[in-house]
Design a protein. Structure first.
Lengths: 209, 934
């Protein structure tokens, strides 16, 4: 069954990057913002991007996909292809352990009340667990692109065995910036910049309520 | 589980601690008669806490049958007892204060001194020491023992009296002249306004360091303090007072004992900051044509720079970073790395004088390393005077200071402390761009050679700095657009940092006192507004990519007037990063180590072919020699008795040096011109050691007469070496030139500085030798190829066999075979079944050489490891080597003889030609590594 009106994709074949000019090569810049750990509410982001001349919606992907906001305490672990498996697992566990302590600093009565909410929450949280989780309020997020995707998925699958954890897999694309530089340093060619979109997998891990 | 706190019952670790003798207690400590009692009580408390109750398992047995319920509940009780014990142990004072300080603060020296622990633990430490009867001495109150100490104490006493007298006089004064002072303050406006004196910057000569407060002048006679010296001196190991580095008191390393957090802050989360005010800045002024000629003479000869490609650089929207060189008779000699920034021309003039490059006056800043500053300055002076119309240069060393930052949090930290001077957007275009960089986690993701120049507010107005909002901007098209288009050309105006007046104005920041007063008078939570009294601070922010690796962190360099560095530094060090913590401080060691981990050579240490690098290496040699001399004879390496195998005795060259003299056959040390005649390059370079002439005015003359023989060694750049390798004609590399390389070990091995680098020995016999001598030839009879004093003839195959299997398989069948036969019996594969195991065991028993009788030591191999190649295969030395935390194995940076390396690469091809053997000085075992020119 075909869709009657397929949504045009931004990375459709027409917008394919032109071939590299002769005698030049690509120098990749580091991927933006992957190694950052804490996110603020989207308020500031919309303000700062309001002066953007682009016709795209602020905070949106090129496919028009808006990232669900992250919790401010989310620990972001960037996965590289060469990272040892257990090291990643340990980092995730450390991130889970150092999550926000919601009752810290509260008076005793409030702490007891919070405990009560926790027990009631299992009942309240049940409907949320039934339907798919759409937010990205994870405790730890593994982010991977390219060859590292496999590793991130392996770690996610490994952690799925733990019943106390909820593991979510999300995909998105990340804009990577490439410099097109002339191979010959003496050549008098203007350097160009091009944007390439990279598939990215996010593995969100959080405590089950 | 915390092992420390869960000792088995009755096994207290402090059983060794002696109880104070009761007799002494009774006689001496009458006043403290509660102490032994409290001690005993504490004992009881510990024992109680550590005692884990348990039930014997047979309690659950009821006439031979196990009562499961009873058994389980007993175990449950035990587990609970264990947990309570752990909790109680933690609560009861089981650890001493000195065990509780953060790991980085731990120290052994003077651990009895309570002032060595953080303030929050001091009280407890005091109590503990009283409890333990630890003798404590306060150094200040100790009776002076040496003559010198006594004199010092007496002087201090005298000075104290003088200071008291002065204080008294000052108190009396206002009482007398109180009315007069009041009258002065009553004047609303002074009639004559005088400008504060600007520091003199003389043209074409070196300038004096800033005038120092008389209190600190005596300590800066032969060096200059960085603007943040007092801050650093408390937190870092500084360069020895009598031996300043590059005439500055430079922080060498943090007093914290851990490097690993710094490594993490530089790459994964956090930020590391350095006060780099010791970097030297030179201003170059004159017509654009003249400037071009001067820069071309300094080695900026790439045509792209002076054509359309370099337009942005010359226009003042990009920087240039690279190695500068100077012309010597036949060849060029590298001076050192530099960054060059052009000041954009004022907009009005651009329209008039666009077509006239002769008349347009340009200004440039050249930022370089202090170790090569003098050399560059003198070279520039010579070049500048040759031009007509003459250009001029200014020494801006103590005018412009700088801070360097690296790490994912570096951009965030800068955003937190640098606020644009004008609040409204659009006042300064580049400041707006800077503000829009929120969310960038790596300065290397900016365009290559990008920089920003704007004026910032006094950071003390917003002290303590608050965390900036870092939005999730991974998908933000606005940031992406800024990063790709980098629209700095709009409204490009001359930069404030180039203007002497702006710099001078910025140096006159209001006093901390007045800022405090303003803060006090403003409402709590309200920001202090900028007034006319707050001058704008002109800053330039350079973003640089140090490494070629894609994900490697770049560096921010913040250039600001010298006097503004301190307030910026204070704010920076207190900025709360969103990932937790503050930026860490780094010293010279950290800087070198981070460069090392990014596989980037560090100037001057890894450039022994430059004058600056040579003097660094000579300094290091002296230091190593001193350390070696200090060790007892039995514990230091005896170079002469080192057994390199196959009858070779003794270290090659000097074991404490990167002995390039030995490598190139240069005369040892200062034997002066007589022996140097075979090396004409020496006479070319009379100024090679001129570098030190600031340090030792008398010594300069002597060094010019007899230059160090190592001064003929030339550094070769990657580009020129690459051209030589690619050239079809067998062109030779220039005499005694070296290339800097990075080395990665193919398997095991960690190199240390001064390690020797060998190429693989050539194939000895034309016939393919059976590479199985090791395995099959009985050890009693020496292999036929081994001649005393020469390594075995199949050494090359032995070394190639050491290549890990993955790369060997791509080398071809022959290599793989060699590996199979020469190496030790294969390891048992993890999932092998019994049959395979048996087969493998049988095979290993059959092929393994008999254990006895053993062959004479190091005759054909070093414990089954191939011997080091001979001395004629020596190609270079390691200048920096260690275990690299980023690679997870040993890496090194070294320098190789270009001539020998070129020969090897041409003979054996790029693959095997890049293999080498690295052997630490004083060790017999070498390890296989691969080199890459950088």
């Amino acid at each position: 069954m075909e869709l009657s009106d397929p949504k045009p994709l931004a990375n459709r074949p027409e917008t394919k990057l032109p071939p590299l000019p002769k005698g030049s090569r690509i120098h990749k810049r580091p991927l933006p913002s992957l190694s950052h750990t804490r996110r603020q509410p989207a308020k500031a982001a919309s303000k700062s991007s309001s002066n953007s001349s682009s016709n795209m919606l602020p905070g949106c992907d090129l496919d028009g996909y808006r990232m669900p906001p992250r919790a401010p305490h989310t620990v972001l672990v960037k996965v590289t292809a060469s990272a040892p498996f257990m090291s990643l697992v340990k980092r995730v566990r450390a991130g889970l352990d150092t999550g926000p302590q919601k009752t810290k600093g509260l008076p005793l009565t409030a702490r007891i009340a919070a405990l009560g909410v926790g027990t009631a929450g299992t009942r309240e949280g049940a409907p949320a667990a039934r339907g798919p989780i759409t937010d990205a309020l994870d405790d730890v997020v593994l982010v991977a692109t390219g060859r590292a995707i496999q590793k991130a998925l392996e770690v996610g699958a490994f952690l799925m065995r733990n019943k106390e954890l909820v593991v979510l897999f999300r995909t998105r694309s990340v804009a990577a910036v490439d410099d097109v530089v002339a191979e010959d340093e003496d050549a008098d060619v203007e350097d160009q910049v091009r944007v390439r979109h990279v598939s990215c997998v996010e593995v969100g891990i959080r405590w089950a309520k | 589980m915390d092992r420390r706190k869960s000792f088995p019952a009755g096994k207290a670790p402090d059983a060794k601690r002696k109880e104070p003798p009761p007799a002494a207690n009774n006689s001496k400590n009458q006043a403290h008669d509660t102490r032994p009692n409290s001690h005993a009580l504490k004992r009881v408390k510990f024992n109680d806490a550590r005692n884990i109750r348990s039930q014997p398992p047979d309690a659950a047995l009821e006439d031979g049958r196990l009562d499961l319920q009873k058994f389980l509940s007993a175990r449950e009780y035990e587990i609970k007892a264990l947990e309570t014990s752990m909790r109680k142990c933690k609560a009861s004072n089981a650890t001493r204060v000195f065990q509780q300080v953060p790991r980085a603060m731990r120290r052994r020296t003077a651990s009895h001194n309570v002032k060595r622990v953080p303030k929050r633990l001091r009280e407890r430490a005091k109590r503990e020491q009283i409890g333990d009867n630890t003798p404590t001495v306060e150094a200040r109150k100790r009776r002076p023992r040496t003559t010198r100490a006594r004199i010092r104490a007496e002087t201090a006493k005298k000075l104290d009296i003088l200071a008291a007298r002065k204080r008294k006089r000052r108190l009396e004064k206002p009482a007398v002249g109180g009315a007069m002072v009041k009258g002065k303050e009553g004047d609303a406006k002074p009639t004559v306004q005088s400008r504060a004196p600007r520091p003199k910057i003389r043209r074409n000569t070196l300038n004096e360091p800033p005038k120092i407060k008389s209190k600190f002048r005596k300590r800066q006679l032969n060096k200059t303090w960085l603007p943040t010296h007092l801050w650093h001196a408390k937190r870092a190991t500084m360069a020895e007072p009598s031996k300043p580095i590059w005439r500055f008191a430079i922080p060498i390393t943090s007093t914290e004992k851990c490097y690993r957090p710094t490594h993490r802050a530089s790459g994964q989360k956090g930020a590391v900051a350095w006060d780099m005010s010791y970097m030297s800045t030179i201003g170059l002024y004159g017509s654009s044509l003249g400037v071009e000629r001067v820069l071309r003479a300094l080695g900026l000869t790439q045509e792209g720079l002076w054509a359309a490609r370099g337009q942005k650089w010359r226009g003042g929207s990009r920087k240039w970073s690279g190695l500068l060189s100077k012309d010597r008779k036949e060849s060029r000699r590298i001076i050192g790395p530099a960054t060059i920034i052009w000041n954009p021309e004022p907009a009005a003039e651009t329209a008039q004088e666009l077509g006239d490059p002769k008349r347009s006056q340009r200004e440039l800043l050249i930022r370089t390393h202090p170790s090569c500053f003098l050399e560059l300055f003198n070279e520039l002076l010579k070049l500048v005077k040759m031009q007509s119309p003459q250009l001029h240069i200014e020494d801006l060393r103590f005018e412009i200071g700088s801070i360097e930052l690296t790490g994912p949090g570096s951009t965030e930290a800068l955003l937190g402390i640098l606020k644009p001077y004008d609040d409204k957007p659009g006042a300064e275009y580049q400041a707006d761009i800077f503000e829009s960089l929120a969310g960038v986690t790596n300065p290397a993701s900016l365009p290559k050679d990008a920089f920003l120049a704007f004026s910032a507010r006094d950071p003390r107005l917003a002290y303590p700095p608050k965390q900036v909002n870092v939005p999730d901007r991974t998908t933000d098209p606005a940031l992406l657009e800024t990063l790709t288009k980098w629209p700095v050309e709009k409204n490009l105006a001359p930069f404030g940092l180039f203007s002497r007046d702006t710099r001078h104005r910025a140096s006159q920041l209001p006093s901390q006192k007045s800022i405090n007063r303003r803060k006090g008078s403003s409402l709590p939570g309200k920001e202090v507004l900028v007034t006319a009294a707050d001058p704008p601070i002109p800053v330039i922010l350079l973003a640089s990519r140090s490494s070629t690796a894609v994900q490697a962190q770049g560096t921010w360099t913040l250039m600001a007037p010298w006097k503004c560095i301190l307030p910026i530094w204070y704010s920076l060090m207190h900025y709360p990063l969103s990932t937790g913590g503050n930026p860490r401080l780094g010293g010279l060691d950290e800087q070198r180590q981070i460069a090392f981990e990014q596989n980037v050579p560090w100037f001057p240490g890894d450039f022994p072919g430059t004058d600056a690098g040579l003097s660094w290496e000579l300094d290091q040699q002296i230091k190593r020699k001193r350390d070696w001399d200090r060790r007892p004879k039995g514990k230091r390496v005896e170079w002469k008795s080192l057994d390199l195998g196959a009858g070779r005795k003794g270290e090659i060259g000097d074991g404490l040096a990167c002995d390039f003299e030995h490598l190139f056959g240069l005369p040892k040390n200062n034997i002066s011109g007589l022996n140097n005649t075979q090396n004409p390059a020496i006479s070319d370079d009379p100024n090679a050691m001129e570098l030190d002439h600031l340090d030792k005015p008398q010594g300069a003359q002597a060094s010019e007469d007899s230059p160090n023989p190592m001064a003929v060694i030339k550094q070769m750049t990657k580009a020129s070496f690459g051209a030589l390798v690619a050239s079809p004609t067998n062109e030779k590399a220039p005499n005694s030139s070296i290339v800097t390389v990075t080395l990665t070990f193919t398997g095991r091995g960690v190199a240390s500085p001064c390690a020797r680098i060998y190429r693989l020995p050539p194939q000895k016999s034309p016939m393919p030798v059976l590479p199985s001598t090791q395995a099959e030839v009985p050890a009693t009879e020496p292999p036929p190829s081994t001649i005393f004093g020469l390594p075995p003839s199949d050494l090359r195959e032995q070394w190639l066999g050491k290549l890990p299997a993955k790369s060997t398989s791509s080398l071809g069948g022959k290599g793989r075979q060699a590996k199979k036969q020469t190496s030790a019996p294969p390891r048992m594969p993890p999932g092998a079944d019994l049959k395979t195991r048996k087969r493998l065991l049988a095979a290993s028993l059959l092929t393994a050489e008999p254990q006895f009788p053993k062959s004479s030591t190091n005759q054909t191999d070093v414990g089954r490891h191939p011997l080091c190649p001979g001395e004629e295969e020596l190609i270079g030395f390691v200048t920096a080597g260690a275990f690299s935390l980023s690679e997870g194995k040993g890496t090194a940076i070294g320098s190789l003889s270009a001539e020998k390396v070129l020969e090897t690469v041409r003979e054996t091809g790029a693959r095997e030609g890049h293999l080498c053997v690295v052997r630490n000085a004083g060790e017999t075992v070498g390890w296989l590594a691969r080199w890459e020119v950088v």
